[in-house]
Write a protein that binds this ligand. Sequence first.
Ligand code: DHB
Length: 399
Amino acid sequence: MPQGLTRTTVGIVGAGPAGLMLSHLLARRGIASTVVDHRTRGQIEGTSRAGILEADSVRLLTDTGVGDRVLRDGRPHDGIELRFAGTSHRIDFRALVGESVWLYPQTDVFTDLADARARDGGDVRFGITDTRVTDLLTDRPGILFTDADGRPHEVRCDILVGADGSHGVCRSAVPESARTHYYRAYPYAWFGVLVDAPPSAAELVYTHSERGFALISQRTETVQRMYFQCDPAEDPAAWSDDRIWAELQARVGGVDGFALKEGPVTDRSVLPFRSLVCEPMRYGGMLLAGDAAHTVPPTGAKGLNLALADVRVLAEAVAEAVLRRDRAALDSYGPRALRRVWRAQHFSYWMTSMLHRQPGDTDFDVRRQLGELAGVVESAAGSAYLAEAYTGWPARRVG
Ligand code: DHB
């Protein structure tokens, strides 16, 4: 084989959880893949991401031999608190739908998958530059890049998968005439912090308040993750620890006296907020998965779970296409994945719109939201919808 050329069955752009899980699932079926990413392992591990895994996401990890750490260090959560008008209301997932979610950060899922790929001899190349995809309408698509040592390199494959996130090169390589973007912008963002403090509540607290949304999440016994709705142009550096705590306390405070346990803020950032679906999820020999194909607002933590659900379906379609030597098997992937994607789009949008303040909202709008929240917590049917969507629609029912 000429220097600078790798031939493989599946070329994957993006070594986040979607790309690595796909590579892992394919390896288990005896299908070779090469994964490339412009980030280093350290860069990926150093970025704070969401922390909730659906029951099926955990099963995908445990059923395929990468579940040791999630079972040891992850924490099952059997419900959440919805907090509004100054009091908390528990949504009991176990009682309503017989499922739990797991608190286990996305960066840990990445580490587990990267370790598993290294252990199993997977071909994963971090820290590459100048990535481009080419010949997408042929049966030999390619990934062109400069490798970590500065040399030009080319990966030629039968099937190319774009799992390179919402700003990656793969989706933008699809001509505009060949894709439709369904897009919604939101006039706010989340201010996310990591703090050194003990947990303030047993479960996650999703808070509606006149000052805007706040989410009290967790990481460990000594580190917590919290978010509050902010202006998208907010400068994280302009917020002192005291100002952050004052804002969070003001949002969660109420007649029941609930207050957060405070400590030093160790990480702060503003998270983008948008909804996007790119259809179709295929262009010739290239298939898109995870954030490369769709983005949800973070409320409800569906992003990683959708990405894992995509590649579970994609691995099946690719395996069929490779084993039967029939690319038509790839046709089933997008339509199957999109059923779940649109359900998750609705759920994320619904949780967001029910809990956030919009600029220009009137008292009517705030009271309407409170009516909606009361309808959710006081109705078994309303609570069950939230519980079912939050814990994740079972793969056996939604593909
Ligand atoms: C977390 C993030 C979310 O968006 C969410 O809905 C729940 C938890 C988190 O980072 O812990």
